[in-house]
Design a protein around this ligand. Structure first.
Ligand code: SAM
Length: 324
């Protein structure tokens, strides 16, 4: 792991503007990562603020600790945001430090530069690495083990559902063929299996994204169970805010953003069904801020091109009520 690796926090100015930390505020950062957003939010906050940062990745926590560990306002906890709510250490912190709820909660979803730039983590096809892709390397099957458990049908379904890959079935067949023939051990082997179906060079010539991108995204999402618990996490987060407290969620692809948007709309008491009103009014826990979401500015995309697909969605906690 390179000692100089940095992760440029995405939509940082927008987060600072829309997620203000009041004096004495309590902040929950459910995807601390390398602490980029945390550092900037803490820089604006007073000495009585308390900031709880959670991440499932031990390397990310270590980096954040090295970067910010001297700041006595920050506590770093190991855990996944879908299960942290019942963790005794989390509950103790919350009970002592934030009994009335949080003023600000941040979720910056997905992977960090640490994952993408370190070949040994197996997230990227730009350098060869083991087919791992786990954000928490101590838990769950590696990407290779996960693939080995799939049938052609379940693998194709995952590629289609999590990667929006239209050639999901022939790619699934090519991946499982490579596995059966002992040709699937590294990230580049996985990419080669995809290129058997969608050759790389024509896509490159047309300036399209690498054909392996969608397959890598899909397998990473499946291996880490990234979308499974997301609605429940967002609901827990909204309920953990104090009235007037704000939730900010950054997503990186349309699939994730759709889940965030629909869940926040539901928590805001809005009905997304076709035409008819729901039989009962939905409880309204949240007021949507900037309902269309915020995208990075042209300047940010120029300086940090990977930010181009990011979306920030925001809500402010209401004292719960039923929508009229
Ligand atoms: C995009 S990065 C966050 C970057 C951070 N905001 C910064 O500026 O440095 C996302 C982080 O969330 C972590 N993560 C992803 N899914 C998680 C989950 N279910 N629970 C906890 N952490 C998770 C990843 O390990 C990664 O470090």
């Amino acid at each position: 792991m390179s000692a100089t690796l940095v992760h440029v926090p995405v939509l940082l100015q927008e987060v600072l503007e829309w997620l203000p930390v009041p004096p004495g505020g309590r902040v929950l950062d459910l995807t601390l990562g390398l602490g980029g957003h945390a550092e900037a939010l803490l820089a604006q906050a007073d000495s009585s603020v308390r900031y709880l940062g959670v991440d499932r990745d031990p390397q990310a926590r270590q980096r954040a600790q090295e970067r910010l560990g001297r700041d006595g306002r920050l506590t770093i906890l190991a855990g996944a945001h879908e299960s942290i709510w019942t963790d005794p250490l989390f509950q103790a912190w919350r009970h002592l430090q934030a009994p009335d709820g949080f003023d600000a909660i941040l979720l910056d979803l997905g992977v960090s530069t640490l994952h993408l730039k370190d070949p040994s983590r197996g997230f990227s096809f730009s350098a060869s690495g083991p087919l791992d892709m786990r954000m928490d390397p101590d838990h769950g099957p590696t990407a290779l083990e996960w693939i080995a458990e799939q049938s052609e049908e379940t693998l194709a379904d995952a590629l289609y559902q999590f990667g929006e890959e239209r050639a999901s079935r022939p790619i699934a067949r090519a991946i499982l063929r490579a596995l059966a023939e002992g040709r699937l051990a590294t990230t580049q082997d996985l990419a080669s299996a995809v290129y058997e179906v969608i050759p790389r060079e024509p896509a490159k010539r047309k300036g399209l994204s690498d054909p392996a991108t969608r397959t890598f995204q899909a397998i990473r999402i499946a291996v880490n169970g990234e979308l499974v618990g997301l609605p429940a996490v967002l609901e827990q987060a909204v309920m953990a805010l104090k009235p007037g407290g704000r939730l900010a969620v950054i997503s990186f692809h349309s699939l994730e953003d759709r889940i965030v948007k629909q869940t926040l709309r539901r928590l805001a008491g809005l009905h997304d069904g076709p035409g008819r009103m729901p039989p009962h009014p939905l409880p309204q826990h949240l007021r949507l801020l900037r309902p269309g979401g915020l995208a990075p500015s042209a300047d940010e995309i120029r300086i940090n091109p990977p930010s181009r697909s990011a979306r920030l969605r925001l809500g402010e906690r209401l004292a719960s009520q039923v929508a009229p």
